[in-house]
Design a protein around this ligand. Structure first.
Ligand code: 5GP
Ligand code: ZN
Length: 137
């Protein structure tokens, strides 16, 4: 398969590995947003997080939690952002699902999840929207 992250998992492309188990592989991002910026991905290829089953997603996030705890403790972090760019429009550049663990430090810019998009919608129909979503499960 012609996938950069599958090649990293297979060892065909070198990476700075941080953690590995049967299900995931974690390594340092080559263009880090912060020191210790870590990527965790499932060894099995899925393009997007929303292509994974409930069980696969649960396994991925159990390992993300383990890696984040160790990165946080080892680098003595007080905070980190943990997230996924899910789909090209959301900023995903490598089409193999991966979770970013981005260490945060005082004075680093103070951005957060709320600053990803600049256009904010009206909340006029928020009750109908919630109902529509509830009824879709
Ligand atoms: P995305 O934008 O898809 O959420 O994240 C892709 C990430 O992969 C980026 O942060 C980018 O720096 C990282 N990346 C791209 N190519 C490589 C590579 O060859 N090695 C490593 N370690 N990271 C990479
Ligand atoms: Zn892949």
């Amino acid at each position: 398969m012609d996938c950069l992250f599958c090649k990293i998992v297979a060892g065909e492309i070198p990476s700075h590995k941080v953690y590995e188990d049967d299900f995931v592989y974690a390594f340092l991002d080559i263009y880090p947003c912060a020191e210790g910026h870590t990527i965790v991905l499932p060894k099995k290829h899925f393009e997007k997080f929303t292509d994974m089953s409930d069980d696969e997603a649960a396994s991925l996030f159990a390992s993300v939690n383990k890696v984040a705890k160790t990165v946080g403790k080892t680098l003595e972090l007080e905070g980190m952002n943990i997230g996924i760019n899910n789909g090209e429009l959301a900023g995903q550049t490598v089409p193999h699902v991966h979770v970013h663990i981005i260490p945060r430090r005082a004075g680093d810019g103070e951005g957060n999840m709320h600053t990803i998009v600049e256009l904010h919608p009206s909340t006029e129909n928020i009750a109908e929207l919630a109902e529509k979503l509830r009824n879709s499960f």
